[in-house]
Design a protein around this ligand. Structure first.
Ligand code: NOJ
Length: 654
C-alpha cells in the first residue's frame, strides 16, 4: 500500500454532532456499515429520525453504501446582508457547517461531499460531486434522501404531477396517509409540538424535489422526472440543491425563517436598478367576461383601453400597468395554439408605440406579457427578440406565463418542474437580469430563494391564486398559504378584487380581507387586480389602503396565527416610519387583540379597515367599517373579523 492511499484511507466509523449557534438544534451525522445517516433534534426532542442519504445512478453503482469518511471539516459563519427589496431590509445568515468528504471503499473510489449547515431555525444539506477521471457525466435515476419523521404528524400538502401544476387547494392529513407525491414546501406539525417545513434552496439544473413515502414509510425525495424517466443528467462538478428542514417552536416562527434565501448566493452584479412595483392590469375584465384576450368586439388590449387605464393609474396613484392579450396568438383556442404565438407582433387594434409613448409621458411603467402556454421551444426561439422588443418600447417589467399542463421542450412533453423546465426558467431569469428586465412569472417553478442572486425575479404565482376563485376557494386557503407556499418566497396572488359579488367570478372573501392580502401575502410586484372604476367610483374609501400600502418592507413580525384558521402579521415600511397590519380568518368569525408594544415611541394614527359586524363572505361581503384613532405602543387594537373576513391597518407615524 503506497503512502498516499494509506494517508487517505477512508475511516469506516464516524459519528459527529453539530449544534446550531444557539445550541438548541443538533444534527448528528454518522457512518454505519458503509452508509451515511443523519438525524436532527431540537431541545433533545426528535425532529428527524435516522435517515439515509444517497444518489441512484443509471448504469452505475449507486452512491449510497460502501462509503468511508476521508475528512471532515467544520466552520462557522455569521453575516448580516442587505436585501434590494422584500420583507426584511437586513437578514442574518448564521450557521455552523460540517463538510463530510466521502469515498467509496471498494475499487471504485468515487468521491462526494455532504455539506450540512445547522442554523438556529433549521438544518440544510446538499450533495457535492467533484469532477473525477471516469466520473464526469451522470444520469441520476433517483435521489435517495430520507426525511424520517414521526408519521403521525400533520401535513398541509398539495399533490405533485397534476395538470394544474401548483394550483391546488391544500389538504391536511397525517403523514402516514400521504398516498402520492406532494410538493414542497411541505409544512408539518409534529406530535411533539414543533413545526417543520421541508423544502429546497438554490434549485438549478436539476428536477424539483417532491416528497413521497418510500417502502420504509419514510418521507423521501422524489425528484420530478424527465420524459425519459431519468431525474437529471449532470456534469461534474455538480452540487444538488440544498435540502432544507425549517424548524420552529410555533407556526408563526416559520414566517420569518430565512434559510432558503440564506442558502443562495449573493448577487454577482449590481441590481440596484430593480424596483418593486404596484400595478393594475387589462386583466380582471377578461376573467369576468367583460373583455376578451382574443380579438373581436370585446377585445381588452386596445390602444384606447390602454390609454384609459394609464389615465386611471395616474389618478389612482398606481405606478404600473399590465397589458395582456395585445399580441398575436390569442385567436381561437389559445391554449392549443401556443406554438404559433408571436411575442413581437401586435393585433391590429393595439399600437405599441403609441401606448408606450403615452405611458412614458404619464410616468407609468408598462408590464409586458408573454403567455407561452408552456410551448417553450416557440418561446426560446423568440426570447431574446421578445425581450428586446419590450426594451425598445421602454418596458422593463414582464409577466411570462406557462398555462398548459405540460411544457414542450425540444419537441418533448415535459413537466414544468423537471430539470429541463428548471433550466428554461433559469435562462429567462438570467437573460432578463442581463437586460435589466424584472419578472413576475406565472405558472412558475416554485421559489427556492434564487431571487437573492437574481433580485430581478420580483415575484411569481405558483399556487392557487385569486384568478381560480369563482367560489372554488374556501377562506381557509389564505390562512394556509403564509405557512406553506409563501415560505418559498413572494407570490402574485392578484389581490384587490373589490367586485367580490360578481356573479361570473364570485370571490369568497369580504372587501376588508382583500386589503389584508397586501400585508399577509408578500409580493415584490403587487397587483391592484380589479378594474379602475371599482376603486374610483364604487369603493374609493377602501381603495385608499391600496394606494398607501408599500411593496417593500423594512421588517416583518408575525403576530398571531394558526394554520388554516387565522393569521395576523405586521410589517414596517422600508421608506417611512409607518407600520402596516393585515389579518385574515377562515370561515369562522374571530376577534383578535393586537398588542402594539412593537411600535416605536410616539403617536400613530391607526387607519383601520375592518369587517362590519354584519359582514359575511357569502352574502354581505361589502360591509366595511373604516375608522381612525390615535395609538401608541402602550395600546391594543381589538378587531373583529367576519366569517371569511379580515382587516388592514395603516399605522401612520404622527
Ligand atoms: C394564467 C395566468 O396565471 C393568468 O394571470 C393569465 O392572465 C392567463 N394565464 C393568461 O395568460
Amino acid at each position: 500500500m503506497g503512502l498516499f492511499s494509506w494517508l487517505f484511507r477512508p475511516k469506516q466509523e464516524y459519528e459527529r454532532k453539530i449544534a446550531s449557534p444557539n445550541g438548541r438544534i443538533v444534527a448528528e451525522v454518522k457512518l454505519v456499515r458503509g452508509r451515511v445517516f443523519y438525524n436532527v433534534k431540537k431541545d433533545d426532542k426528535v425532529i428527524v429520525n435516522d435517515s439515509t442519504i444517497g444518489i441512484a445512478l443509471r448504469g452505475r453503482k449507486s452512491l449510497v453504501d460502501g462509503l468511508g469518511v476521508i475528512r471532515a471539516h467544520e466552520r462557522s459563519f455569521d453575516e448580516v446582508w442587505q436585501t434590494e427589496w422584500g420583507e426584511e431590509k437586513e437578514i442574518r445568515n448564521n450557521y455552523n457547517e460540517l463538510a463530510l468528504y466521502l469515498a467509496e471503499l471498494g475499487d471504485k473510489k468515487r468521491l462526494f461531499t455532504m455539506r450540512f449547515r445547522i442554523f438556529d431555525d433549521g438544518v440544510a444539506f446538499r450533495y457535492e460531486l467533484p469532477p473525477q477521471p471516469e466520473f464526469q457525466r451522470l444520469a441520476i435515476s433517483e435521489e435517495l434522501t430520507e426525511f424520517k419523521i414521526d408519521n403521525n404528524a400533520l401535513a398541509w400538502h398539495i399533490p405533485a404531477y397534476q395538470p394544474d401544476r401548483y394550483v391546488y387547494n391544500y389538504s391536511q392529513n397525517p403523514v402516514y396517509e400521504l398516498a402520492h407525491s406532494v410538493h414542497t414546501p411541505l409544512t408539518i406539525e409534529l406530535p411533539n409540538g414543533y413545526f417543520i417545513s421541508i423544502h429546497e434552496a438554490a434549485l438549478y439544473d436539476y428536477g424539483s424535489m417532491t416528497l413521497r413515502l418510500n417502502k420504509n414509510q419514510a418521507l423521501m425525495s422524489d425528484i420530478t422526472p424527465l420524459s425519459d424517466g431519468m431525474k437529471a443528467y449532470v456534469e461534474l462538478p455538480f452540487n444538488t440543491p440544498w435540502r432544507v428542514v425549517m424548524i420552529a417552536d410555533a407556526a408563526t416562527d416559520l414566517i420569518v425563517n430565512h434559510m432558503v434565501l440564506n442558502l443562495n448566493e449573493p448577487p454577482k452584479d449590481d441590481f440596484s436598478w430593480v424596483k418593486p412595483l404596484k400595478f393594475m392590469g387589462i386583466w380582471w375584465a377578461m376573467f369576468v367576461g367583460e373583455w376578451t384576450w382574443a380579438p373581436g368586439e370585446r377585445h381588452g388590449a386596445t390602444t384606447k383601453h390602454a390609454k384609459e387605464y394609464i389615465d386611471a393609474c395616474v389618478r389612482l396613484g398606481i405606478e404600473g400597468l399590465l397589458i395582456e392579450g395585445w399580441n398575436n396568438g390569442w385567436e381561437g383556442d389559445w391554449l392549443q395554439n401556443g406554438n404559433s404565438t408571436s411575442f413581437t407582433r401586435a393585433m391590429h387594434d393595439f399600437n405599441m408605440s403609441e401606448v408606450s409613448a403615452y405611458a412614458r409621458k404619464n410616468h407609468i411603467q408598462l408590464v409586458g406579457h408573454h403567455e407561452t402556454v408552456g410551448f417553450v421551444d416557440n418561446y426560446e426561439r423568440q426570447l431574446e427578440e421578445a425581450y428586446d422588443y419590450y426594451i425598445k418600447y421602454g418596458i422593463k417589467y414582464i409577466k411570462p406565463g406557462y398555462a398548459g399542463s405540460m411544457m414542450t421542450i425540444q419537441g418533448r412533453r415535459e413537466y414544468h418542474h423537471s430539470q429541463v423546465g428548471v433550466r428554461h426558467y433559469q435562462k429567462t431569469v438570467e437573460l432578463a437580469a442581463k437586460k435589466h428586465i424584472m419578472l413576475d412569472i406565472h405558472e412558475p417553478i416554485k421559489g427556492t430563494g434564487i431571487e437573492r442572486t437574481y433580485p430581478n425575479l420580483l415575484t411569481r404565482e405558483g399556487a392557487r391564486g385569486q384568478e381560480y376563485e369563482g367560489g372554488a376557494l374556501s377562506p381557509s386557503h389564505t390562512t394556509i398559504l403564509p405557512f406553506t407556499r409563501l415560505l418559498a418566497g413572494g407570490m402574485d396572488y392578484t389581490s384587490g378584487i373589490f367586485d367580490v359579488t360578481n356573479f361570473s367570478k364570485r370571490i369568497a372573501t369580504t372587501l376588508a380581507r382583500q386589503l389584508a392580502y397586501y400585508v399577509t401575502i408578500y409580493s415584490g410586484m403587487q397587483m391592484a387586480a380589479d378594474r379602475p372604476r371599482f376603486y374610483e367610483k364604487v369603493q374609493p374609501r377602501a381603495y385608499q389602503f391600496i394606494r398607501d400600502v408599500p411593496v417593500s418592507f423594512a421588517t416583518t413580525l408575525p403576530l398571531l396565527g394558526k394554520i388554516g384558521e387565522y393569521y395576523v402579521v405586521t410589517r414596517k415600511d422600508r421608506d417611512s416610519a409607518d407600520w402596516y397590519i393585515g389579518g385574515v380568518t377562515n370561515e369562522w368569525a374571530r376577534r383578535v387583540r393586537i398588542n402594539l408594544s412593537y411600535l416605536d415611541d410616539g403617536e400613530y394614527e391607526a387607519q383601520i379597515y375592518r369587517d362590519d359586524f354584519t359582514a359575511h363572505y357569502r352574502d354581505n361581503q361589502l360591509a366595511i367599517t373604516i375608522e381612525k384613532r390615535v395609538v401608541t405602543k402602550k395600546d391594543f387594537l381589538d378587531i373583529w373579523m367576519a366569517p371569511g373576513g379580515g382587516f388592514a391597518v395603516r399605522l401612520k407615524k404622527l
